[in-house]
Design a protein around this ligand. Structure first.
Ligand SMILES: *Cc1c(COP(=O)(O)O)cnc(C)c1O
Length: 412
């Protein structure tokens, strides 16, 4: 057989990492719910603790990792082995019990007091709150930079005093403004403090955007969204090309106790082989619908990567993304009343926050997901009163288009 390291991701996700001989020959992984693991001798227990505490190095093929399930457990390890081939350039991964848990653990691993964090604005609301309410009181200065402003990001990084983290979220939610990952990573590498470059890749990864290939150090996910794909579990992941960096995160995760539990690991693991099928279908659906809704009189603007008019945004999209993805936003002339009327009339698409599921969801960000932001922040980020965000699923696109059209007619 060919070297597993050389297999394509769609094959590797089904063939590497899981050994049926360790699960009584079961073709698919079993669930190991045990909280603790039995040693064959006190010497083996002593050795396992020495390895976990870093006092001794594990021999190749030595399994010294299974001690207690807050530290690690077989279903987390199987899932982590299957996440790696999905992220081009990666060699190590960790799973967490939410996307926020992954982001929080990454912050608390690499933040130093009296340092700074440079980040694109807007970020996921929870991430912004985490910076303001946890990092800043610990004397980590937050330096926000408008998403998409390549020159401003490079300048902010160069001017930052002892930056420990550069965090890029691209495309931005819900305006899909894209930030060049390569340019941000280059600026970070030039800084003497060598900040860790993190990318929240929830919207387009792991299928359409590959931050490690563009110079990022750590890719963060809300696995609740596309990786899981059915709006029925909450999970997070951190993936890297630097095992030492992942080891630092792992020791924090052991202390925080925010590893993903065995049942959820097993569920998420079963979803990974179809993530590329689902995302491709969802992206094709979204593109067909977004392009057909363009020019409808009730809508000021359809926000979608293939419809970008700003040349710099179009360039970043072309250089950085394989496909446009499954999120689009509609900006209604009629403001909030029109947006609400549209949502009220949808019959197939459901009015819910979150995204990345096989079912189509729509929401009004300004009054829901982004309602914690100030008016100034919302206006600056382009999150208008008339904006509706849509996450397109795998339904037949013709039915979805008909649903959107009848709801548009109701708006008038
Ligand atoms: C949902 C989301 C998060 C938070 O993830 P949870 O799994 O809900 O904790 C972080 N970043 C982005 C871009 C998200 O969409």
């Amino acid at each position: 057989m060919s070297d597993p390291a050389e297999l394509h991701s769609n094959t590797a996700v089904l063939t590497r990492g899981f050994d049926p001989r360790l699960s009584v020959g079961s073709a698919r992984p079993a669930v190991f719910r045990s909280s603790t693991y039995v040693f064959e001798s006190p010497e083996e227990a002593e050795r396992a603790f020495a390895v976990v505490h870093g006092h001794a190095a594990a021999e190749p093929n030595e399994r010294a990792d299974l001690i207690y399930s807050r530290i690690s457990h077989p279903n987390a390890e199987i899932l982590e082995d299957h996440l790696v081939p999905l992220e081009p350039g990666a060699n190590s991964a960790l799973v967490f019990n939410s996307g926020m848990a992954a982001i929080m653990t990454a912050f608390f691993t690499f933040a130093r007091s009296h340092s700074s964090i440079v980040y694109t604005m807007p970020l996921y609301g929870g991430t912004t709150t985490l910076i303001h309410t946890f990092l800043e009181p610990l004397s980590v200065t937050g330096i926000p930079v408008p998403a998409g402003d390549t020159a401003a990001i490079a300048e902010a990084i160069a001017a930052a005093e002892d930056p420990c983290i550069v965090l890029v979220e691209t495309p931005a939610n819900p305006t899909l403004i894209m930030t060049g990952i390569r340019a941000a990573a280059r600026a970070a590498k030039r800084h003497a403090s060598k900040p860790v470059v993190m990318v929240d890749n929830t919207f387009l990864g792991p299928v359409f955007q590959h931050p490690l290939k563009l110079g990022a150090d750590l890719v963060l996910y809300s696995a609740t969204k596309y990786l899981s794909g059915f709006s029925d579990l909450v999970a997070g992941a951190a993936i890297s090309n630097d095992p030492a960096l992942i080891e630092r995160l792992r020791s924090r995760r052991s202390m925080f106790g925010n590893i993903l539990q065995p049942d959820e690991c097993w569920m998420l693991d079963g979803r990974l082989p179809t993530v590329s099928l689902r995302m491709n279908r969802e992206s094709k659906n979204a593109q067909r619908i977004a392009e057909k809704l363009c020019g409808r009189p009730a809508i000021r603007r359809v926000i979608y990567p293939t419809l970008f008019t700003d040349p710099d945004q179009a360039r970043i999209y072309k250089e950085q993304c394989d496909y446009p993805g499954a999120i689009f936003s509609l900006d209604f002339h009629g403001g909030k009343p029109a947006a609400f009327e549209f949502l009220r009339h949808l019959k197939i698409a459901r009015n819910a926050v979150s995204l990345g599921g096989v079912e189509t969801l729509a929401c009004h960000p300004r009054s829901t997901t982004h309602s914690g932001d100030s008016k100034e922040e919302l206006d600056r980020a382009g999150v208008t009163d008339g904006l509706v965000r849509v996450s397109v699923g795998i339904e037949d696109w013709r039915d979805l288009l008909a649903d959107f059209e009848q709801a548009l007619n109701a708006v008038g």
